[in-house]
Design a protein around this ligand. Structure first.
Ligand SMILES: Nc1ncnc2c1ncn2[C@@H]1O[C@H](COP(=O)(O)OP(=O)(O)OC[C@H]2O[C@@H]([n+]3cccc(C(=O)O)c3)[C@H](O)[C@@H]2O)[C@@H](O)[C@H]1O
Ligand SMILES: Nc1ncnc2c1ncn2[C@@H]1O[C@H](COP(=O)(O)OP(=O)(O)OP(=O)(O)O)[C@@H](O)[C@H]1O
Ligand SMILES: NC(=O)CC[C@H](N)C(=O)O
Length: 703
């Protein structure tokens, strides 16, 4: 007989330590799940606290408040008659665990601690939690007195058990557990679990969604099963953007998918799936033989069905049909992920908007377009849940406009800060872009400020530095460039704090930075210049991806001016142009942006030191470069990387987007005082000489 279950998964815009807001969003998600006739509701990992509490997970208050909110939720009248899987941290035997709390009608049925924690990249779960580590071990947890009084329950099972409902078996695997080679769902499936609940705290990274989807699809294709994936969404107080994308799959087929970039605080997806199809999917004798030989899980019996008898005899009651997965291009990910992160950051920081130094170059243009994208997303959502925030930020309680340019004119200020080295091309590009996206633009010259600094220096030391083209030394040339760059930083903060006042608004603006991941890697930026901003939406994105992002948004957002930014040669415009010299980024850096992307990926993702990077590149570039040329490029890259690594310690907090990110504080943990790579370079030279010798011998044999 057909045997349908209706289940719901959700994505919530939680905020670390916002206990009341988090609680209310959880309750709202349960209401919505019930409205969708779901009998089970799954929420994101650590949803009561918010996933990003980090060292706050070491504080006992966090555990106390989690219990307070948990009891509130499960006793709430709107949260009855539905099986709940809620995430929170739990302290058991004085040890902290990352747990799933399964509850029904005001009672806890099971506490399931995470077995395998996530510790790579931005994740550091074992700093705060201990993994349960013992598959199938279940113990008794005596509830804290206040909880047992509140719930009328003294003890509950804690451990790796599964839930035997009247009509099916439900098992839990939390986030990283899906990513491990020996995922719990395999043993659970072999022991008859039919519905899997995966609560995640998984942040956005370009091109990552297909990995998650692929893992779930393959698992449910191979093992059979209905798989619910839930995830946090939004900026919960740090550099990460959790990108939702809740999913429900059955036997490899996608039944429901939540949005990836959207401003809804609460989004619930549901599906009706046929449990009998899971059973028939497991027809293979090999499945049965593997299952019968595995140790069984302890089953917690629940007097509750995920299907309803009424539904099963309603001929109009239909299972959800398979739908195609929606995975956007990296260009769209750049357009929407950082934009949603900026909006959460803006409303949660209670600032009045953004200030961006707009140079007429590609990077600050990309940042401006991301703010424009934010304005588009916000004005699109004005009929939903963003109006109150918009009115507060704009400072107008009657604000109703749905025009992105109009919103930008209130909350987005851009400024071109030219010097005598600036060109009219960059100045005009900045002005034109600003007028297309509607920002309040200040076009100024800052020479009075830089001249004042140089003349003060002259007065004190009796020396006047000169640019290289005027006969100055390298030190003079750099110092004169850096004064311009750093003056822009000072002026940015001044204008960010006073422009709202000048315009008759209240509050102050957040300064946006726009250095990309590649120039940070090479250190091609002035420490404490405009790179020292409040936040940076593109600091985790490569120049190559930014170019294709501008190409995409040129058409998508109807901004034809972006072609001029794409066509221009990237230049800092910090040195005087002469008849035979114009400053250019790639010439200055001694390497191209595409080369930098390759170095960056090999260093971080490929975990290459200089020698192994050289060995990799020999096979990649060997058809057009000699071993000595490749050696020179690798040595030059590591030289600049090493001398500039200190700049990463003061890097503006950036949206994390790229697996080869360089954020020294959270993601890419390395020293910042490097030796000269002398041994590494000698070894590269040895190996290069051997390759060249081999090449010579080959050629002479061929003759
Ligand atoms: N090991 C170490 N540990 C800690 N700090 C260290 C250090 N070594 C130098 N430093 C410090 O760092 C300083 C050198 O770094 P920094 O002052 O940044 O100066 P620096 O890296 O020498 O020059 C900035 C470079 O960025 C380029 N650039 C390109 C594009 C745009 C922009 C722009 O700003 O718009 C700039 C510019 O053309 C120039 O080549 C030293 O004077 C010293 O104060
Ligand atoms: N003339 C300027 N006016 C305003 N801001 C500027 C100016 N020059 C530089 N900046 C700021 O300093 C940052 C770093 O300068 P940089 O020369 O690297 O520009 P960019 O926007 O990255 O463009 P590109 O590197 O493609 O020329 C810029 O992103 C911008 O925020
Ligand atoms: N919270 C987690 O366990 C994260 C797991 C996984 N690596 C992810 O990024 O989705």
């Amino acid at each position: 007989m057909e045997h349908y279950v209706t289940i719901a998964s959700c994505q919530l815009n939680q905020w670390a330590l916002d206990f009341e807001g988090n609680r209310d969003r959880i309750i709202e998600s349960i209401r919505q799940a019930k409205q969708q006739n779901a009998r089970l509701r799954l929420g994101p990992e650590l949803e009561i606290t918010g996933y990003g509490c980090e060292d706050h997970f070491l504080e006992t208050d966090t555990y106390t408040h989690s219990w307070e909110m948990f009891c509130w939720i499960i006793k709430h009248p709107d949260c009855q008659d539905i099986l709940l899987d809620i995430g929170m941290p739990v302290m058991y035997k004085s040890v902290r665990h990352n747990c799933r709390m399964v509850a029904l009608n005001g009672k806890i049925l099971l506490i399931r601690p995470k077995l395998w924690l996530c510790d790579d990249g931005n994740f550091r779960e074992s700093r705060w939690f201990t993994p349960w580590l013992r598959p199938r071990v279940v113990e008794s947890f005596y509830l804290p007195t206040s909880v047992s009084e509140s719930l009328g329950q003294k003890q509950v099972p804690i451990g790796d058990a599964v839930l035997q409902c009247k009509d099916t078996v439900v098992g839990i695997e939390t986030c990283e557990e899906l990513f491990t080679p020996d995922s719990p769902h395999v043993d659970m499936a072999l022991d008859g679990v039919e519905v899997f609940l995966n609560a995640s705290g998984s942040h956005h990274e370009l091109r990552k969604l297909s990995t998650r989807y692929g893992l779930i699809k393959n698992s449910t294709q191979k093992c059979g099963g209905i798989y619910l994936y839930s995830n946090q969404r939004g900026c919960d107080g740090g550099r990460l953007y959790y990108d939702g994308c809740a999913m429900i799959l059955a036997n490899g087929e996608l039944l429901a998918q939540g949005s990836q970039f959207c401003l809804k605080d609460v989004e619930v997806i549901s599906a009706t799936a046929n449990v009998d199809k899971v059973r028939s999917n497991r027809f293979q004798p090999s499945h049965g033989i593997q299952g019968i030989t595995r140790p069984a899980y302890e089953r917690i019996y629940i007097d509750f069905s995920l299907s309803s008898f009424k539904q099963n005899f309603d001929m109009h009651y239909k299972p959800t049909e398979e739908r195609p997965i929606h995975i956007v291009s990296p260009q769209e990910e750049i357009a929407y992920g950082p934009a949603c992160w900026l909006w959460d950051y803006l409303r949660r920081s209670r600032s009045s908007g953004f200030f961006l130094p707009l140079s007429g170059g590609l990077d600050s243009a990309a940042t401006a377009v991301i703010v424009h994208s934010m304005c588009r997303i916000v004005t699109n959502a004005i009929k939903d849940n963003v109006l109150a925030d918009v009115r507060r930020i704009v400072g107008d309680e009657n604000y109703t406009s749905t025009c992105p340019r109009e919103l930008a004119s209130h909350i987005f200020c851009t400024s071109y800060m030219g010097t005598e080295n600036s060109s009219k091309e960059t100045r005009n590009r900045a002005k034109e872009l600003s007028s297309l996206i509607g920002s309040y633009h200040v076009d100024m010259n800052i020479d009075t400020m830089t001249r004042a600094v140089v003349s003060l220096f002259g007065m004190v030391t009796g020396k006047t530095p000169q640019f290289r083209s005027q006969g100055g030394s390298n030190a003079e040339n750099l110092a004169l460039q850096n004064i311009q760059a750093r003056s822009r930083m000072l002026l940015s903060y001044l204008f960010a704090s006073l422009l709202p006042w000048v315009r008759g608004y209240s509050g102050s603006l957040l300064v946006l930075g726009s250095s990309n991941v590649d120039e940070c890697l090479r250190g091609y930026l002035t420490k404490y210049d405009c790179s020292s901003a409040d936040i940076n939406p593109i600091g985790g994105i490569s120049k190559t991806d930014l170019k294709s992002f501008l190409q995409f948004t040129k058409g998508e957002f109807d901004l034809p001016i972006l072609q001029n930014f794409l066509d221009a040669t990237p230049t800092a415009e910090l040195e005087p142009a002469t008849n035979n010299y114009a400053q250019s980024d790639e010439a200055d850096m001694g390497m191209t942006y595409p080369e930098l992307s390759i170095f960056g990926k090999l260093r971080k993702i490929g975990k290459c030191g200089p020698l192994s990077m050289f060995n990799e590149l020999i096979h990649k570039w060997g058809d057009h470069l000699s071993p000595t040329e490749i050696a020179a490029k690798v040595k030059r890259f590591f030289y600049y990387y090493g001398i500039n690594r200190h700049k990463m310690t003061t890097l503006t907090p950036s949206y994390h987007a790229e697996t080869y990110g360089v954020d020294d504080n959270r993601y890419d943990l390395r020293q910042f005082l490097y030796p000269s790579w002398s041994w590494q370079n000698k070894r590269i030279d040895d190996v290069a000489a051997k390759y060249e010798e081999h090449e010579r011998m080959n050629k002479s044999q061929a003759k």
